[in-house]
Design a protein around this ligand. Structure first.
Ligand code: AMP
Ligand code: ZN
Length: 118
């Protein structure tokens, strides 16, 4: 857990561009944006991935979605719309193993978000 990049960002040991913070949630700009708006929203406790959401910690997910509502309104993308993505483990493309939700917006996004079909 001490080796976790996002725990270090929460602790202020690694710099980040904060866009929102409260008791449970921290949000900051993605360092490598894929759209005009690309923000990461994370719980202030370490949870590896969506596989590790439980009855005990699920309130962080509610808090994250309330934060998403505030952040998207603040950034002016709520009305046009945006996408929330959480990648899980290898097949999902998760590279940082601290649960996080990408807010992607500021332009019209394609769907599906991958090229292959079943
Ligand atoms: P994922 O691939 O879903 O695990 O998302 C991890 C995200 O973290 C990627 O979009 C990276 O660009 C982003 N990222 C990695 N390091 C940093 C950092 N130091 N500050 C901000 N975003 C980062
Ligand atoms: Zn962590």
């Amino acid at each position: 857990m001490n080796d976790c990049l996002f725990c270090k960002i929460i602790a202020g040991e690694i710099p980040s561009e904060k866009v929102f913070e409260n008791e449970s949630v921290y949000a900051f700009k993605d360092i490598s944006p894929v759209a005009p708006v690309h923000v990461l929203v994370i719980p202030k406790v370490h949870i590896d991935s969506s596989n590790d959401i439980s009855r005990e910690n699920v309130h962080y997910v509610s808090e994250i979605y309330l934060a998403i509502k505030e952040i998207t309104r603040e950034l002016g993308i709520a009305e046009d719309g945006y996408r929330v993505v959480s990648n899980c483990n290898d097949f999902g493309g998760q590279t940082v193993h601290h649960l996080h939700f990408h807010i992607v917006g500021g332009k019209e996004l394609g769907w599906p978000p991958f090229n292959e079909r079943v």
